[in-house]
Design a protein. Sequence first.
Length: 109
Amino acid sequence: MRCMKDLIIFTDLDGSLLDDETYRASPADSLFETLNTQGIPVVFNSSKTFPEMLKIRRSMGNHQPFVVENGSAVYVPLDHEIAGTKGLEPAHSYLRCVLGVSHQRIKDF
């Protein structure tokens, strides 16, 4: 039998978890509370920007790594214990793994 702490849930936000008008996930609040109590991390993936994701995560009490701008970057909180963060660049109070190309580089192309 699988131990619950071996689970990780990855979820999109846009058009699925978040209400289109309020950008809130109120119907899922009790689910997130249960998952948090059981120590099951929920990793958010979104087309939203870093500042937008900070606001959403704060409102939902989420402290896990997260993915922004359709996979352009992954952010890991500095105090998060996770393997594979060596070499990631510091950004605010996170470690950042940039997977996409900067806006400026695209403009210069």
